[in-house]
Design a protein around this ligand. Structure first.
Ligand code: PD2
Ligand code: ZN
Length: 289
């Protein structure tokens, strides 16, 4: 059943809708996830209540998959009305692809060629073997799953970084202060980033320390600064999506809970020829200090 079409016909709860609800629950989706899907598809609240029953009282302990933020309060572009271009303040950005679950949006023309080259030039001299935040200890360690080299800019550290951060904040409707510093990665031939989640795993002992700096990560924006000759796509294995690393393009994805149910497992496929450079911006729940 097409939930969107069904809502626009404004019909009462049909057997088809009841069947859809039953199937989704059987597939393991929660009623609150179904509520969100129905709301997004344009169903009125009373129709949602009729299909799913009134909201169940909150359990004494929040379930493991509870969202940390409601979807309406998540970072993301304003896509109502299905625009082809978005006003990012100083630039019109193209909307090339959108996906609901996982929430993924691909933007074209996010950075100019000069901006890509400027970031690479500033990052090149500061590259060190990439470190990933080590949730076991709360510190950092060399990670065998990521064979690229990387560095972090501090937020607002140069006019170029400031301009790009302001554009991202406007595009994704999220304050500059809630973002981590831009990270730049360089992948040589053969380098890759194995599939992983970008949120911090609540089960890891170091996560509590990491969360003190601004709460959970809620979203990622990977911007391609230099395209390799072959390979290097950003992959989403749960849904078979591969985003080609075209210079100036960006792939945004968000996760409203630190849980695989978000389907945001993603990786950087091996670079087969040439060099791939990316800049990554992670968005947190609160001000990142
Ligand atoms: O460079 C990529 O395509 C990539 C893939 C997965 C980057 C990241 N994750 C990241 O920076 O988190
Ligand atoms: Zn990642």
């Amino acid at each position: 059943m097409n939930l969107q079409q069904a809502s626009s016909t404004n019909q009462p709860i049909s057997d088809e809708l009841r069947r859809w609800v039953t199937e989704q629950l059987a597939a393991g989706h929660t009623t609150s996830a179904l509520r969100n899907s129905m709301r997004e598809a344009g169903w009125m609240q009373d129709a949602i209540d009729a299909a799913l029953g009134a909201e169940a009282p909150a359990p004494a302990q929040a379930p493991a998959q509870a969202p940390v933020v409601p979807r309406s309060a998540m970072p993301g572009p304003a896509l109502d009305g299905a625009p082809l271009y978005l006003d990012a303040g100083d630039r019109q950005v193209q909307v090339l692809l959108t996906m609901g679950h996982p929430r993924v949006v691909v933007f074209g023309d996010l950075l100019s060629q000069e901006e890509c080259e400027g970031l690479i030039a500033a990052a090149r001299e500061r590259l060190a073997r990439s470190l990933t935040v080590e949730t076991k200890t709360g510190g950092e360690a060399v990670n065998v799953d990521r064979t690229s080299d990387g560095m972090f800019f501090t937020r607002g550290e140069s006019p170029l970084v400031q301009r790009i951060e302001a554009r991202i904040a406007r595009l994704l409707n999220w304050p500059v202060e809630f973002g981590e510093g831009l990270q730049v990665l360089r992948y040589a031939p053969g380098a890759q980033y194995r599939p992983h989640y970008d949120y911090f795993d609540p089960a890891e002992p170091g996560t509590a320390t990491i969360l003190r700096r601004g709460g959970q990560r809620l979203a990622t924006l990977v911007i391609y600064l230099q395209e390799p000759a072959q390979g290097g796509a950003t992959t989403f294995p749960d849904v078979g999506l591969e985003v080609a690393p075209r210079r100036g393009t960006g792939v945004f994805f968000s996760y409203d809970r630190p849980d695989p149910a978000t389907r945001t497992l993603h990786g950087g496929a091996p670079v087969l020829a040439g060099e791939k450079w990316v800049a990554t911006k992670w968005l947190r729940e609160r001000e990142f200090v």
